[in-house]
Design a protein around this ligand. Structure first.
Ligand code: SF4
Length: 661
């Protein structure tokens, strides 16, 4: 049962040059260049930087025949520099370029959404016969590539993207994980008919929930149809940059790796490609000790459907559980003193001049104070959890609630006591599931579930499964501890362990715990984007970002920005920062920033607004899938985007983000 204990999915072994992927080989890490493929020198230099940063595969875009031809010069220069890392040609729309590249590099990636089909957002009604005719058209166009790959020993990735499903697939299966799986399976069946098996598959989306469901469904489909699985390459597309990009990728990729699914990964960030490799390593390192036990994955009978989202049903107690969005609990254990100023880091700004509080959109709901109480008036509905013994000194103090260990709680047997009680339970302890069921007998208790021993996620999931099987509706707070020694690693631990449960509808709150001294002592502090001078802010922001990435609680603007590649028409990193600075207060608005008009509009999936490079120095602005302003000069394009947001009625002035209480 891969969902409640770790087992790696056994896949076929694929050779990519000298590299072996799948079948229990280590999980491989990769990235993609962002240089112009016709600029041989720049592409070679960037490829080598990526290899030195740890890339085991490097992908290079080949939008047309001339770039495909130039892969030869790039390959020769990389080999001449002493690197034998396999190169991958990235193909969209151009079978001719794929057929050239397949004779030059070790692997070709095709996108089944646009290899033969086109996307114009048309709804097309096919009879079964017409649909089969389309499959035969794909077979005719795809078979020559398969034969070239066989002849040269070239591997292939059939890489489906949620955002670029063809009109044909969308018309029949909709914009769904099922459509993504079928899109790849149509090509895979043709490849198997040709007896070609050097195939890796991917199911990427910018929404981790869609991505996770698509991979799970693909595994099930391959097992049912072929009785075997091909290796899987994991990634979240257009994840963005900084913490958000890392969190989204950690949740999507990590959820699947925890289940044993995944043979290679890429973390797509709107940053230099070398920056992606340390994040890949942080993720993959979690599984090194567990790699390759070779047990085939079986999706077990679970009390929930891993292929569709449904929140676990719970009783609401004091705004926790039921239909309330998951709450955020911030741990103040490491704070020397707790004053109104302490709360500034977690969304509450106190103005002593006017004696007023202002609250941000990402303001914590609860504080954990251990043996201390709060001796000033708390803002809004912010409430305090303190140790039961501390609470008992004044049980009537406003908005203070007790925190028990499981054994203390059950020993006191407070069956008749009224009022919310928080009960901590170590999911990795012996008999944790029975203890959880015993605690759930009490009204007005909320379980704070954590795991002292690794593996954390299977232990937590096991308790959730036990509660669901017994029909227990006690709210559960997910408690995640990370004592990793860098902020990057802590971010990954939190994202994977909390995010994987939230994606499956489990959890009525998150409570992240760490050791801030681990961060302060670590040399990587100050790495771009990820410096921590305020641990409370780190914990609070990470909690809200995990909830946002799992779409369980929206508290800020969402950015869908492509990682850029050789097609990119403007400085994506700089533009993303400018757009973020101007719009980061627009809670719930999804803005896509895409480097090119060829793939951008399709890939931005469910964004509300799009900023897309349409020519050198030219930007086209979208509202949903509709072009609103075409070929705007890039110098004024961010201002024009703001005008568009105003016209659409979603703009607010930045100051309005702090609401007076
Ligand atoms: S959307 Fe971005 S990453 Fe994708 S092809 Fe265009 S420029 Fe490259």
């Amino acid at each position: 049962m891969a969902f409640i204990r770790y087992e790696r999915l056994l896949t076929r072994e694929v050779r990519i040059g000298a590299l072996r992927v799948g079948a229990g080989n280590p999980i491989r890490i990769q990235t993609m260049t962002t240089t112009d493929t016709m600029d041989t020198e720049a592409t070679v230099a960037q490829t080598i930087r990526c290899i030195e940063a740890g890339a085991e595969l490097v992908r290079i875009t080949a939008p047309s025949k001339k770039e495909a031809e130039n892969l030869r010069a790039i390959r020769d220069a990389v080999r001449a520099a002493g690197y034998d890392t396999p190169l991958v040609a990235d193909i969209h729309f151009t079978p001719n370029a794929a057929e050239i590249a397949a004779g030059i590099v070790e692997k070709v990636r095709i996108n089944p959404g646009n290899y033969v089909d086109k996307k114009k957002f048309d709804q097309i009604d096919y009879t079964d016969e017409e649909y089969q005719g389309e499959i035969e058209r794909i077979r005719d166009r795809f078979t020559p590539l398969l034969r070239i790959c066989k002849e040269h020993g070239t591997a292939m990735r059939i890489g489906t993207n949620h955002g670029s499903l063809s009109d044909r697939i969308m018309s029949r299966y909709g914009d769904t994980p099922r459509g993504m799986v079928e899109s790849a399976m149509e090509f895979l069946r043709i490849a198997r008919d040709e007896n070609y098996h050097q195939i890796v598959l991917s199911m990427k989306s910018s929404n981790p929930q869609v991505m996770v469901q698509a991979y799970r469904l693909l595994v099930r489909q391959m097992q049912e149809e072929f009785g075997e699985c091909y290796p899987l390459h994991l990634g979240v597309t257009e994840a963005g940059d900084g913490e958000d990009g890392r969190i989204k990728s950690g949740i999507g990729i990590g959820t699947l790796l925890e289940e044993g699914i995944g043979d290679t990964i890429r973390v797509s960030l709107t940053e230099d490609p070398e920056c992606e490799l340390p994040v890949c390593k942080d993720i993959v390192d979690r599984y090194v000790a567990q790699a390759g036990n070779g047990s085939p994955l079986s999706i077990p009978v679970l009390p929930y459907d891993p292929l569709s989202y449904r929140r676990r049903e719970t009783e609401e107690i004091l705004r926790i559980g039921g239909h309330q969005p998951p709450v955020v609990i911030v741990d103040l254990m490491h704070e020397a003193a707790i004053t109104p100023q302490t709360l500034k880091s977690i969304g509450y700004d106190y103005d002593p001049q006017t004696d007023k509080w202002f609250i941000g959109d990402a303001a914590a709901d609860w504080l954990f104070t251990g043996k201390r109480r709060i001796d000033f008036a708390l803002p809004g509905t912010l409430s305090v959890i303190c140790d039961a013994e501390t609470w008992k000194q004044d049980p009537l103090q406003e908005r203070h609630y007790p925190f028990y260990t499981a054994s203390q709680f059950l020993a006191e047997n407070p069956k008749t006591a009224r009022g919310l009680r928080f009960v901590a339970l170590d999911a990795s302890a012996e008999n944790a599931e029975q203890t959880a069921l015993a605690i759930s007998e009490y009204a007005e208790a909320a379980l704070c579930l954590y795991a002292e021993k690794a593996p954390v996620l299977p232990a937590l999931r096991g308790v959730f499964v036990a509660l669901m099987n017994a029909g227990k509706k006690i709210p559960v707070i997910i408690g995640i501890q990370s004592y990793s020694n860098t902020i990057d690693k802590q971010l990954i631990d939190f994202s994977i362990e909390a995010g994987a449960l939230l994606l499956d509808g489990m959890g009525d709150g998150v409570w992240l715990m760490n050791e801030p001294d681990n961060l302060r002592n670590e040399a990587t502090i100050g790495r771009r984007y990820l410096s921590v001078d305020n641990n409370l802010q780190f914990l609070n922001n990470t909690s809200f970002s995990i909830l946002q990435a799992t779409r369980t609680r929206i508290s800020k603007t969402e950015y869908i920005s492509c990682p850029s590649c050789g097609r990119t028409l403007f400085d994506l990193q700089e533009t993303t920062t400018r757009i973020r600075n101007a719009t980061s207060h627009l809670k719930g608005v999804k803005i896509a920033i895409m480097g090119c008009i060829v793939n951008g509009p399709g890939e931005m999936a469910d964004a509300d607004f799009g900023y897309v490079g349409s020519g050198p120095g030219k930007i086209t602005l979208y509202q949903g899938k509709d072009v609103v302003k075409r070929n705007v000069p890039s110098e004024i394009a961010v201002d024009e985007l703001i005008n568009l947001l105003k016209e659409a009625g979603v703009w607010t002035e930045p100051r309005a983000v702090l609401q007076e209480l």
